[in-house]
Design a protein around this ligand. Sequence first.
Ligand code: HEC
Length: 164
Amino acid sequence: MEGDCPQENSLLCLQTQSRTFKLCVRNENFLAHLDFTANLLDNQITKPEILIQRIVLLTLAILLAVLLGFFGVQLVQASDPYVKSVLSLTGNPVQGHAIFQINCAGCHGLEADGRVGPSLQAVSKHKSRYGLIRQVISGETPPMPKFQPSAQEMADLLNYLESL
Ligand code: HEC
């Protein structure tokens, strides 16, 4: 059922014969993007079975697109060499705590309970491991500075943050 898609980089395109609907998964930043084109010029009376069939097909296609987008994002995140080596190491929580007290406690409090920076209690419940690493190394949310820990230091820190 693959057909040509108008966009470049499309991973997937489904098409039916009478009415066209195309579902294209575009590859930009691996976020799923749906393009739905219904050609309603065709004035054939649609039988309920066909309608149900189409709804099922469409639902499946959307599900597939969402899954592809989700795994695409995971794939991009996991392919970063720094993240890869951090995640391959076993963090030491005692070291992580010490690193935290030296670098982070000034803003986040000695036990990560919050001062200038927010409390980090249970932070791993709303931030993924990738999100936590990014938060530490990116410098995207000033005034929090950009840190450059070694992969082992980051693994230790990650272990500590996940224990909060
Ligand atoms: C200069 C103060 C400062 C320092 C030093 C600092 N942070 Fe932050 N941090 C912040 C502020 C402010 C925010 C909130 C940023 C925002 O979201 O706008 C933040 C946010 C965070 C978050 C996200 C919290 C959430 O709820 O999503 C994490 C995780 C974090 N910091 C970890 C660290 C770690 C680990 C260190 C040490 C390596 C550190 N921070 C050092 C100020 C600081």
